[in-house]
Design a protein around this ligand. Structure first.
Ligand code: KIV
Length: 290
């Protein structure tokens, strides 16, 4: 019997969720097994974030991440997840050179990797034009305002944006401009929850918050932060639901001890010859060779 195909989550479905006041649950993933678990948990949207660079590839920030790295990991995620809508994150310098190159890079996520959309940080005038062009080319785009990690060298450090009036106004305007440019959803990163509520109410498309409080239409976290796989600094907004690092550490320490002490592999985890005569023959032939 043919395997039943699970229907994929669509952009109209996410829009309906916003209308009905149902929360959208999103998470990042970067590989096949994680994508499978994330799918099984009932997550609506997977972002293959350029946070890949920091949590998987060990870069200091997201700047070094390349298109090739993003496509490679995104393909694995697409193979692992059936139901969630999958969004590929446009890495730094994949949309900065020309409109043609931006469209080509964005289309690679859809055509080569198999995502349903891309995400782009920022809302400058030039960025808005690019987004319009992508939407015109049938490439759904997710916007991203507030803290935009690809601006790290301008910002100097990752910190909450929009605490004061001028920056708060800019964020509201950025979100409205992005909606006008045609994005299907907007990530609000690291902004005060009162501001996120205002932005969310002023939008027809769903807001997906990360460090933006409870009033967004949906939430997203970095997988490694949520499950405690990352061992370093955790921002205030992250809630850890597991201690994978601790669990792995315990398992690996036990493995090291067992191998050193000859406890592993034991009989249960080893193979045997079919007949004892085979063993006798092997020993005999070995002796002759000596
Ligand atoms: O790259 C990423 O994981 C992101 C999320 C933090 C939204 O952009």
């Amino acid at each position: 019997m043919a395997e039943k195909k699970i229907p994929k989550i669509t952009i109209p479905y996410l829009h309906a969720k916003k209308k009905q006041g149902e929360k959208i649950v999103a998470l990042t993933a970067y590989d096949f097994p994680t994508a499978k678990i994330v799918d099984e948990a009932g997550i609506d949207l997977i972002l293959v974030g350029d946070s890949l660079g920091m949590v998987v590839l060990g870069y200091e920030n997201t700047i070094p991440v390349t298109m090739e790295e993003m496509i490679h990991h995104t393909k694995a995620v697409v193979r692992g997840a059936q139901r969630p809508l999958i969004v590929g994150d446009m890495p730094y310098f994949s949309f900065h050179m020309s409109v043609d190159e931006t469209v080509r890079n964005a289309s690679r996520f859809l055509k080569e990797a198999g995502t349903q959309a891309v995400k782009i940080e920022g809302a400058s005038k030039k960025r808005l034009k690019l987004i319009e062009t992508l939407v015109e080319a049938e490439i759904p785009v997710m916007g991203h305002v507030g803290l935009t990690p690809q601006s790290i060298y301008h910002l100097g450090q990752f910190k909450v944006k929009g605490k004061e009036i001028a920056e708060a106004k800019t964020i509201i305007q950025n979100a409205k401009d992005l909606e006008k440019a045609g994005v299907f959803s907007i990530v609000l990163e690291c902004i005060p929850m009162e501001l996120a509520r205002e932005v969310t109410h002023s939008l027809n498309v769903p807001s997906i918050g990360i460090g933006a409080g409870p009033y967004c239409d949906g939430q997203i976290l970095v997988f490694h932060d949520l499950v405690g796989y990352a061992n370093g600094y955790l921002p205030k907004f992250v809630k850890r639901y597991a201690d994978i690092h601790g669990g792995l550490n315990k398992a690996l320490t036990e493995y090291v001890e067992d191998v050193k002490n000859g406890k592993f592999p034991d009989d249960q985890h080893s193979y045997h010859l079919k007949k004892t005569e085979v063993l006798e023959q092997i020993i005999g032939e070995n002796k002759e060779r000596k």
